[in-house]
Ligand binder design. Structure first.
Ligand SMILES: NC(=O)C1=CN([C@@H]2O[C@H](COP(=O)(O)OP(=O)(O)OC[C@H]3O[C@@H](n4cnc5c(N)ncnc54)[C@H](OP(=O)(O)O)[C@@H]3O)[C@@H](O)[C@H]2O)C=CC1
Ligand SMILES: O=C(O)CCCC(=O)O
Length: 483
């Protein structure tokens, strides 16, 4: 059972127009134990329409508040999230599976977006442009887009919500959020803290339930002006199509197929540590986790031996246990996908260096795995595995590896290790990705623009640029001034 300092953070109702509503129907379970943690409502089109209407009524008064007033409420939300960091982390590990240390880190990461955009709320500046017409002025003003919808995944149950909502709320938008069915409890705890922080009724609403029905309302209701989604590319494409019917803005953070390249001249130990982080964070279940490791001939065997040695030492178990660095995968479907990818690679000639099977703990646990001798004919090359499997490819030249790295419809994150400064700029500029880690395996921070190119998505989250999605630019030409 979950033991929280503040048990009232564990909610099992949805939040619409400032009220907690709905009966608990859909079970949320702990992927490590199978224990049912709570049941949440199964809402559909009708309740989502009510939530959109509430957000629509709340929009004008919220947008008319001064930037400083909105900023202060966001700041209070940040303070409350950090004051309850431990409870939210416990809820997150229980429903999502990531080790407690990672969950605490995600809560702080989630809060950082709220803090950052509380500050940015006061800096949504306009422009004045020298007018080509006599006696006139040109003024450009930024205004909030209106009601926004956010559909979020289970792998980052807190950060994907705040990374979308904080800039929008700061700009004066209102929200309807649909969290993933595996992880609604973290989201509900955040909303409970938002209520305590003082967001007026209707400004932030959350519904759980039938994804297709909820998504349909979010993408077709004329009052919704922006739809933000993080998840798989096929669902992102569907939402984009649906949103076209009323020409909504869309922000999409979709799948990745991140390359991690180690050149002969790399710092070997740093590259091994980087590969561990880039591959096994959240059990390989992040869109920026590396899906393909390319290692140059001269350093290949040494890298594989050191890397596999580290991976073999990883402790697997329930994320609340001390020393555990690899928890369960989100569900058995995810384990089956990982098994399919490993079996396909082995059938086509790859060698299992370490791992390769379901873990002795059973059900949702999979052994952290390293495969060598991987070729581009295998499933792991073309599909996001989203699990703890590191396929290692051998390469010879820089041109060859850049071509292999770019040979995918995806373009979210890429990483490479090299001490050659010329190569660093050359390769970074050639990689067709929205984000590139150079001798670094961590990219996410509230101060930098997170997002992809090609089929990995549209728009950016975080940083100054993350605000662009939530504002419309209005140009005013003021004539007849006589000056
Ligand atoms: N970019 C990323 O961070 C993520 C990528 N993925 C990738 O996707 C694969 C599958 O994972 P999965 O969880 O099924 O991802 P999905 O894209 O199916 O789910 C993400 C979110 O979208 C919702 N959703 C699904 N279909 C619709 C719809 N028609 N309308 C509105 N919302 C919808 C889901 O709700 P519901 O579950 O109720 O359908 C969930 O909240 C993973 O293996 C991974 O490769 C997954 C998660 C995050
Ligand atoms: O997997 C995702 O969609 C979010 C990545 C988390 C991050 O590093 O910001």
């Amino acid at each position: 059972m979950l033991k929280l300092n503040d048990p009232s953070l564990l909610k099992s109702q949805c939040y619409v127009d400032g009220a907690w509503i709905g009966a608990g129907i859909d079970a949320v379970d702990n992927p490590a134990t199978g224990e049912v943690l709570a049941k949440v409502p199964r809402f559909g089109a009708d309740e989502t329409t009510l939530a959109v209407e509430a957000a629509s009524r709340a929009f004008k008064p919220w947008a008319k508040k001064s930037a400083k007033e909105r900023s202060l409420i966001l700041r209070k939300w940040f303070d409350l999230i950090m004051a309850n960091q431990e409870d939210i982390a416990q809820i997150m590990t229980a429903e999502q599976g990531k080790p407690l240390a990672e969950a605490r880190g995600e809560v702080a990461y989630a809060a950082s977006f709220v803090e950052f955009y509380a500050e940015e709320a006061k800096r949504i500046y306009g422009e004045t442009i020298p007018s080509p017409f006599p006696n006139s002025r040109i003024i450009v003003q930024k205004q909030p887009v209106g009601v926004c919808a956010a559909i979020t995944p289970w792998n980052f149950p807190a950060a994907m919500i705040t990374r979308k909502c904080a800039p929008g709320l700061a700009a004066g938008c209102t929200f309807v959020v649909k969290p993933a069915p595996d992880t609604p409890l973290t989201a509900l705890a955040l909303v409970e803290l938002a209520e305590r922080a003082g967001f007026p009724a209707g400004v932030l609403n959350l519904v759980t339930g039938d994804a297709v029905a909820i998504g349909k309302v979010m993408t077709t209701h004329p009052a919704v002006r922006f739809v933000g989604f993080t998840g798989s590319t096929p669902v992102g494409k569907l939402l984009m199509q649906q949103a076209a019917s009323t020409v909504k803005k869309v922000g999409l953070e979709l799948g990745g197929n991140a390359p991690f390249i180690v050149f002969d001249d790399a710092d070997l130990d740093a590259a091994v540590q980087g590969a561990i982080i880039a591959k096994y964070r959240n059990m390989g279940q992040t869109c920026v986790c590396t899906n393909r490791l390319f290692v140059q001939d001269g350093i290949h065997d040494e890298f594989v031996a050191k890397f596999a040695g580290e991976v073999a030492r990883m402790k697997v178990g329930n994320g609340v246990e001390i020393g555990v660095v690899q928890g369960p995968l989100i569900n058995e479907r995810a384990v089956e996908k990982v098994e399919r990818h490993v079996a396909d690679a082995v059938a086509n000639g790859a060698k299992v260096v370490v791992g390769g099977h379901r873990h002795a703990l059973g059900r949702t646990f999979f052994e952290p795995t390293v495969l060598s001798g991987v070729t581009t004919r295998m499933l792991v090359t073309n599909e996001e595995t989203f699990g703890p499997v590191a396929p290692v490819y051998r390469f010879t030249t820089e041109d060859e590896v850049v071509q292999m790295a770019n040979d995918t419809p995806f373009g979210l994150a890429a990483y490479f290790y090299s001490k050659d400064l010329g190569r660093a700029f050359r390769v970074a500029e050639e990689l067709e990705y929205g984000m590139v880690g150079i001798n670094s395996a961590i990219l996410g921070t509230e101060v930098a623009p997170f997002g992809g190119v090609k089929e990995s998505g549209l728009g950016r989250e975080g940083s100054l640029h993350g605000m662009d999605e939530f504002v419309e630019i209005k140009y005013m030409l003021v004539g007849g001034l006589g000056v």
